[in-house]
Ligand binder design. Structure first.
Ligand SMILES: Cc1cc2nc3c(=O)[nH]c(=O)nc-3n(C[C@H](O)[C@H](O)[C@H](O)COP(=O)(O)OP(=O)(O)OC[C@H]3O[C@@H](n4cnc5c(N)ncnc54)[C@H](O)[C@@H]3O)c2cc1C
Length: 431
């Protein structure tokens, strides 16, 4: 497709949920804009994730305010393709000006005149403003400890699709956040022997006293936390909407046959060593789980709500052998491991954005998405304005703020002083 537009007020890069939300709010504010997407709308939900993935939050929660999932029960968990369809339908609803199949290659500030020059796979665009909505999770990260020259298949969770894709044999899954634990569970259900390396994590109950954890985090103000608590930078969240939505309980997984190990420390050829912190990590996860039950009980009490008691939520599985006698070293070859899956997270890549909007470590410098380089905006960053920022419902609210800022800036630039106004009034009216 040829990009005909050569000048646009605001260019949005990326048409995932962030780009779609941005377009909706810019449309409402009357800001002329264009969204460029290198693949398809919500591509990462279609091809960037494993086949069986469903949303981690229920359909009543993981959506934008302007549209419900008409074919998923409010308490159900939409399949990933359905989530992608949802964003396509959403974009159609307000006729979002999205061009797909166009990659933005570079953005540079103009010298001596306002705006930016944007090189794309389909030509050059001049834009007054650019919103980078290219996602919180762009480049798979595999840590440097990954063993070299070993006879294992090693993939990142971003490349995992289904159990049939893996060779025969046991699997070591490194990382037990939502991706790692869901993949490990799927592989174990498919009959594979699974070793799961568990680091620091939060694990809220899927639901407690008839309310999903998304509801609890909402009413308890946790989604709105402005910044990560110090020291919690490496704490993942282990939740799942799979199989109708179940609380992640690591001991239960172990009782089903999974082997839990601590944080992966290093490799010496085929021999992996694990940190002696499995018990500590599980204990901290339990504390997080119990803290949410306590906070929920207190909320119910304070507000006099009539929600059923749920004493079984405090039932604890006995410690399995892999917890009482943690494995600190494992010869993967002898254990029959043929695959390592690195569920170790993602980094961002803004190499195309050649502007002064980054700190020394390459992180975007911004306030609620308004960057330190005037005219450049970010959307969809983790913790952009709050804990919920990189999630479906959160990005919609951040987009509103960014659109407001853009509309306000346009108002300043539209301002004409008295002499300029006189000029406009007197100019070409009479011949
Ligand atoms: C496994 C997994 C499960 C998740 N589940 C949930 C969930 O259940 N609920 C929830 O709320 N959140 C979930 N998230 C978090 C978040 O909602 C998703 O990561 C979501 O995809 C982020 O949307 P986004 O629009 O910010 O970024 P993306 O979906 O990553 O979209 C960015 C878009 O930008 C495009 N792009 C990138 N670079 C360029 C370029 N140079 N030019 C043109 N286009 C470009 C990409 O092709 C992509 O389509 C999940 C994340 C992961 C990894």
């Amino acid at each position: 497709m040829t990009v005909e537009t050569t000048k646009i007020d605001t260019l949005v890069v990326g048409a995932g949920q962030a780009g779609v939300a941005m377009s909706e709010h810019l449309s409402k504010q009357g800001v002329p804009h264009l969204v460029l997407e290198r693949s398809r709308i919500a591509e990462r939900w279609r091809t960037g994730r494993w086949d069986s993935l469903v949303a981690n939050g229920p359909a009543w929660h993981d959506r934008f305010p302007g549209l419900e999932f008409d074919d998923v029960s409010p308490d159900g968990f939409a399949a990933k393709e359905r989530v992608a369809d949802y964003f396509e339908a959403y974009a159609r609803k307000f006729n979002a000006p999205i061009r797909t199949g166009v990659e933005v290659k570079s953005v540079e500030r103009n010298v001596g005149r306002p705006g930016f020059t944007v090189h794309t796979s389909e030509g050059v665009i001049e834009a007054n403003r650019v919103v980078a909505a290219t996602g919180p999770f762009q480049k798979p990260v595999i840590p440097a400890i990954a063993p070299q020259n070993v006879p294992f298949t090693q993939i990142h969770s971003a490349d995992y699709r289904n159990p049939a894709q893996l060779p025969e044999g046991a699997v070591l899954v490194v990382g037990a956040g939502s991706s790692g634990v869901q993949i490990a569970d799927e592989l174990q259900r498919a009959g594979k022997q699974v070793y799961l390396s568990v680091g620091a994590h939060d694990r809220p109950p899927r639901a407690y006293r008839n309310r999903d954890f998304c509801w609890w985090l909402g009413v308890l103000g946790e989604w709105d936390q402005a910044a990560m608590k110090p020291g919690r930078e490496h704490v993942t969240i282990a939740v799942s909407g799979a199989h109708g939505g179940k609380t992640i309980d690591f001991r239960e997984l172990a009782h089903r046959g999974m082997t839990l190990v601590g944080l992966t420390h290093s490799f010496d050829g085929a021999v992996a060593t694990f940190q002696p912190n499995l018990v500590e990590n599980l204990t901290r996860g339990d504390e997080n789980y119990l803290a949410l039950l306590e906070a929920a009980d207190a909320y119910i009490e304070r507000n006099g709500l009539d929600l059923p008691q749920e004493p079984e939520a405090r039932r604890v599985f006995p410690d399995p052998e892999c917890v009482t006698q943690p494995i600190l070293e494992l010869d993967l070859a002898k254990a029959g491991v043929t695959t390592i899956i690195w569920a170790t997270g993602f980094a961002v890549d803004y190499s195309w954005l050649k502007v002064d909007a980054f700190d020394a470590s390459g992180k975007p410098q911004h306030q609620r998405g308004v960057s330190s380089e005037p005219g450049i905006y970010f959307l969809g960053l983790p913790w952009q304005s709050r804990r919920g920022s990189s999630f479906i419902w959160g990005v919609w609210h951040d987009a509103k703020h960014v659109a407001d800022h853009i509309a306000t800036q346009r108002k300043y630039l539209d301002y004409r002083d008295a002499s300029q106004r006189r000029e406009t009034t007197h100019s070409p009216v009479s011949a």
